[in-house]
Write a new protein. Sequence first.
Length: 118
Amino acid sequence: QVQLVESGGGLVQAGGSLRLSCAASGRTFSIYTMAWFRQAPGKERAFVAAIRWSGGSTSYADSVKGRFTISTDNAKNTVFLQMNSLKPEDSAVYYCKADMSNLGGNYWGQGTQVTVSS
């Protein structure tokens, strides 16, 4: 199993920045990709960004391209989401997800709230 703990959420004004962290523990050697999703009230959970756990390959939702950056620190088993130029529509609960190799399933963190005021 893998445990994921997000942190770094909070309240920020539009145009500001936040950096989210997701610390992984447990069978981290079996993680294939890490991703961030978000869910706003009344909406479905939506993909934000993903990164290969070994580093390199990344992907982003169109709505955050050029503003958000996903990265990893494998030595600390942590994935980050740097969020710049935040907009009120970025307000949501942000969740970290780990996809495991070899059909090992996936794991979710508990989420961290991000609120962007206009």
